[in-house]
Design a protein around this ligand. Structure first.
Ligand SMILES: C[S@@+](CC[C@H](N)C(=O)[O-])C[C@H]1O[C@@H](n2cnc3c(N)ncnc32)[C@H](O)[C@@H]1O
Length: 226
């Protein structure tokens, strides 16, 4: 097994076994935990809302949700102005959960979910905005990953990146490693260089408490929105 496919297999196995935990994060029945998540894990909601903000600003109607997880964001997107979403995830359990969620939410006709490793799966077509939220944390080679997102985006590419912190990062790395999942962290200059090297368009990097949100917009789309 190559280093890349070994890495992917670990990520897939980790998320296949954590669907319920992950989904509970968004769909928390307890008022206390809902409050806790919204207060202590603001970045998760902020990075999701920023997708809709960018879509509105740059006239995006379709979204490619790379690493869609349990589909909570995908469903949120079509409920908040996006017409269509294509969600992809390496975990088949996550994809099943996404399909069920979209059915229950009554938006299944506007959502498509497919299972596979984004880097090796076979699919064609483009969406207006391609996003990867909470995904670069688990990506071994971010350059080709972002490049592939760019190939499937008409207007905007957008991702979240966990920042490097002297105390939190090693602890998080260890916590995940003990469960067999590799994690990766980023510095601001690295995120900017990553987006610039793809050469998609203008680059924006926004520091947030947990790391960075970064996006790139095609020059003509940026000009039109000015
Ligand atoms: C932390 S979850 C984030 C889910 C969702 N984007 C959100 O913000 O709630 C990361 C997801 O990325 C998926 N993932 C990681 N690497 C992937 C890859 N190479 N191809 C497709 N999905 C991937 C995982 O299976 C997992 O469901």
């Amino acid at each position: 097994m190559s280093r890349t496919s070994e890495h992917s297999a670990k990520v897939q196995s980790y998320f296949d076994h954590r669907v319920a935990d992950y989904d509970a994060f968004y769909d928390q029945p307890s008022a206390f935990w809902r409050w806790f998540n919204r207060t202590m894990r603001k970045a998760v909601y902020y990075r999701r809302d920023q997708t809709v903000t960018l879509a509105q600003k740059y006239g995006c109607r379709s979204v490619l949700d790379v690493g869609c997880g349990s589909g909570q964001n995908s469903v949120w997107f079509v409920r908040h102005g996006l017409e269509r979403v294509l969600g992809l995830d390496i975990s088949s359990e996550m994809v099943e959960e996404s399909r069920g969620l979209a059915e229950r939410a009554g938006v299944a006709s506007r959502c498509e979910f497919r299972n596979g490793d984004f880097m090796s799966m076979d699919f064609s077509g483009k969406c207006d905005i391609a996003c990867a939220l909470g995904v670069f944390d688990y990506v071994l080679e971010p350059d080709p990953f972002l490049r592939r997102m760019a190939q499937h985006a008409e207007k905007v590419i957008y991702g979240s990146f966990p920042g490097w912190s002297l105390v939190r990062s090693p602890l998080r790395k260890l916590r995940y490693a003990l469960r067999g999942c590799p994690t990766h962290f980023y510095r601001q200059a690295q995120v900017r260089a990553l987006f610039e090297s793809v050469g998609f368009g203008s680059v924006h990097v926004m520091p947030i408490p947990s790391g960075f949100l970064a996006w790139s917009v095609r020059d003509e789309v940026e000009d039109e929105s000015a």
